[in-house]
Ligand binder design. Structure first.
Ligand code: COA
Length: 332
């Protein structure tokens, strides 16, 4: 049976930066409040003519180049996004594949909100281990600014745009194998984080007058509590299940939603500050893109070493959650 190896990482952030100071001119908030409650200082915002697929393509180009795998050998593209280029079709993954010049490919999007990258990783692992695919490009790409209500201070301070991508490939070497990926969901909490309008559950006549209900809405405080509880349990479970201790993890890469959530989970797991990867201050919450963007930061700062064990952990709308134990396994 082939194993699935995490070969490479890439990411892209759009140029424009939206600071807390900028936001304080748009809604009733302040740099002090945002920094204290979330740890976020700034986030990047895509240009009007820059689509989610464009962000994804730029991240993917880096991941492909760094993987040493030829474009024509990529046989599947999965894009995790809640801000696709087009609402129903075509999928952003098909657009990304075509813009990259990848032919003869299976391509589709998945919707698991901020847990999207972990879900995509699980899908890539399963397709590779079953022998159906050999080289899978997984992309987390978000233009959240397109679905953010910039009159709602409870949400607009949190979100940013960006993309991250990784190549997952078949290997016969067990040492390189992604060890485990856990995924979970509970629709009982669906109303904590949602875009209520625009889907088949909404009255389409109301779109003009209630355009804002196509934007993200969130019960922040409740989400916060469920996030800390779920993330901590999920990580404890995956570590225990695989007989791995916190100290065996070189880098813990949690979804970057809020510094206080990350700190609470890190402390509960007895992770040292050196283990916990933090990028929320400069990118905000980029949903499905946040974990690969954080891994890419590690890579570009020279801190991600071949063979090291990463622990990924995410939580998002749905509700969904997931974690993964992933050795970094670039081609030798
Ligand atoms: N600036 C200033 N004040 C704000 C504000 C802002 N941007 N947003 C909310 N407030 C106010 C509220 O109106 C409230 O005022 P009140 O006490 O007078 O009623 C007060 O601050 C506290 O609001 P609350 O919602 O309890 O704050 P909080 O400490 O929970 O922080 C979030 C709000 C959104 C930062 C926090 O709940 C959070 O991060 N939640 C999780 C979000 C998340 O991770 N979502 C994505 C999951 S993937």
């Amino acid at each position: 049976m082939p194993y699935a190896a995490f070969r490479s990482i890439g990411a892209y952030v759009p140029q424009k930066i939206l600071t807390n100071e900028d936001l304080s001119k748009m809604v009733d908030t302040s740099d002090e409040w945002i920094t204290k409650r979330t740890g976020i200082k700034e986030r990047h915002i895509a240009a009007e003519d820059e689509f989610t697929s464009d962000l994804g393509v730029k991240a993917a180009q880096k991941a492909i180049e760094r993987s040493g795998i030829a474009l024509e050998d990529i046989d599947m593209v999965v894009c995790a996004t809640i801000s696709p280029d087009y609402f129903c079709m075509p999928s952003t993954a098909t657009i990304i594949s075509t813009k990259l010049g990848i032919k003869n490919v299976t391509a589709f999007d998945i919707s698991a909100a901020c847990t999207g990258f972990v879900y995509a990783l699980a899908i890539a692992k399963a397709f590779i281990e079953s022998g159906m695919k050999k080289n899978v490009l997984i992309v987390g790409a978000e233009k959240l600014s397109a679905i953010t209500d910039y009159t709602d201070r409870g949400t607009c301070i949190l979100f940013g745009d960006g993309a991250g991508a990784a190549i997952i490939s078949a290997t016969q070497d067990k040492e390189e194998a992604i060890i485990d990926v856990h995924t979970g969901a509970d629709g009982e909490y669906a109303d904590l984080l949602m875009t209520p309008n625009g889907g088949s559950g909404s009255v389409h006549d109301s779109l003009d007058t209630e355009a804002r209900s196509c934007f993200m809405q969130m019960k922040g405080n409740e989400t916060f509590k469920v996030a800390v509880r779920t993330l901590t349990k999920d990580v404890k479970d995956i570590l225990q299940h695989n007989n791995i201790k916190s100290e065996d993890i070189k880098h813990f890469v949690p979804h970057q939603a809020n510094y206080r959530i990350i700190k609470a989970v890190g402390d509960a797991l007895k992770m040292t500050p050196e283990q916990v990867v933090l990028t929320v201050h400069k990118y905000g919450n980029t949903s499905g893109a946040s974990i690969p963007m954080a891994i890419n930061d590690l890579y570009e700062s020279g801190e991600l070493e071949a063979g090291e064990m990463m622990l990924l952990d995410a939580f998002g709308g749905g509700l969904t959650w997931g974690s993964a134990l992933v050795p970094f396994a670039p081609l030798k």
